[in-house]
Write a protein that binds this ligand. Structure first.
Ligand SMILES: C[S@@+](CC[C@H](N)C(=O)[O-])C[C@H]1O[C@@H](n2cnc3c(N)ncnc32)[C@H](O)[C@@H]1O
Length: 232
């Protein structure tokens, strides 16, 4: 498996902090490092971290890239995230926001980039979501990045029998990178600049979550997928 240099360095420095504030799915720190290799972040940029959970990736972005981050989440209390941001010394750069994906308090074109780690599939499978909501938030020439659970290929004969007892309804939002590419590209609002499976995606996913589900996936449908795009 690949070497996560930036993430390992960061993780080791703050190990206690990360262990106490556990991640909500596949290792968010590894995912943000992989995503950051495909997008171009510069100090001072304004970033939306959509579905940031406990805000670990927002802290990482502020510390490693000197960007300002709007750490947007629904399930995790913004006051809890704010405490973490103070503890990590980034409270002047990372702002905790509590907002649902269809009711966001941001102006159109406000962000230089919008990223989403293990979250976009919860609301983004609706064909209208990108053109009516998410796609509007980033300025012309700005970037989008999505990384999270997905499929190596769409199920052609339904959900495999081996996975049925481990499958929750929200997992039907898992799709292939090509499926996501087609959905965004056809809007004409962006050029999709990268889409594909994360190398060793299933093994990376297994590091922090969902062992039984991944074992039940005997036909290797499950993986992590990555997509980036630039606003036209
Ligand atoms: C599996 S967690 C991942 C959190 C974090 N990015 C990580 O990787 O640790 C998914 C996150 O998406 C957020 N989310 C799900 N549905 C949402 C919605 N409709 N609007 C805003 N956020 C949502 C949840 O609040 C949750 O924290």
């Amino acid at each position: 498996m690949r070497n996560f240099e930036r993430c390992e360095k960061y993780y080791n420095t703050y190990r206690k902090f990360f262990e106490e504030n556990k991640m909500l799915g596949p290792n968010a720190m590894f995912l943000i490092e992989i995503l950051c290799e495909k997008i171009d972040l510069k100090p001072g940029m304004r970033i939306l971290d959509m579905g940031c959970g406990a805000g670990l990736t927002s802290i990482f972005l502020a510390k490693e890239f000197g960007v300002t981050v709007f750490a947007n989440d629904l399930w995790i209390k913004p006051t809890d995230n704010y405490k973490r941001f103070i503890e990590m010394g980034v409270e002047d750069k990372v702002f905790p926001i509590h907002a649902e994906a269809h009711n966001l308090p941001y102006a159109n074109g406000f962000f230089d980039a919008a990223i989403s780690i293990d979250s976009y599939h919860y609301y983004g499978t609706d064909e209208t979501y990108f053109p009516c909501y998410y796609g509007k938030l980033v300025k012309q020439g700005g970037q989008f990045g999505v990384i999270g659970p997905g499929l190596t290929r769409e199920f052609s004969h339904g959900l495999p029998e081996t996975m049925k007892s481990h499958w929750d309804a929200d997992m039907y939002t898992f799709h292939s990178a090509k499926w996501w590419h087609d959905m965004w590209q056809k809007t004409g609002l962006v050029d999709v600049t990268y889409f594909g499976d994360v190398p060793d995606g299933k093994a990376l996913w297994r590091l922090t979550a969902d062992d039984e589900l991944l074992d039940a996936d005997t036909e290797d449908y499950l993986t992590l997928i990555l997509m980036t795009a630039v606003k036209k």
